[in-house]
Design a protein around this ligand. Sequence first.
Ligand code: HEC
Length: 130
Amino acid sequence: MKKISLIVSIAFFLAACGGNEPAKTEATEEKKSETSIMDNPDYDKGLNLVAKSDCFTCHKLREASTGPSYGDVAKKYENTDANVEMLADKVIKGGQGVWGQIPMAAHPQVSKDDAKQMVKYILLLKEETK
Ligand code: HEC
């Protein structure tokens, strides 16, 4: 009797392992695509600056809050020098009317280089939302 239940539990164990296989590969693949964005040096540098500033009080990565989600910003603008320049100016000077009537706060204390770095990070976030 004992032997049978042992065999049954081994069989169950094997089946459970087998069932886990596909989920595992999926998770690995997901991680891979994340890593490719994070491999970009602009990702870490920009994220650090955004996290140090007040950006996340109004912006989330995936859902609109006071401001548009960074994923949506990245979808709207192509990652070109001209767009990085234009959006960096908006981070520094503020503005409104592109996403709605709530104004984007001005950040005069942020340098142009830092603002561009922040925008480069934000524009990378598009790949994840595909
Ligand atoms: C007080 C809330 C608030 C804070 C803080 C804030 N934002 Fe915004 N942001 C907004 C709003 C609201 C908009 C939409 C403005 C519009 O419709 O033109 C916006 C828009 C943007 C856009 C898109 C601009 C466009 O023209 O499409 C970028 C990029 C952006 N924010 C980056 C940042 C960064 C980087 C920081 C931190 C330095 C930051 N925001 C901090 C509220 C905020």
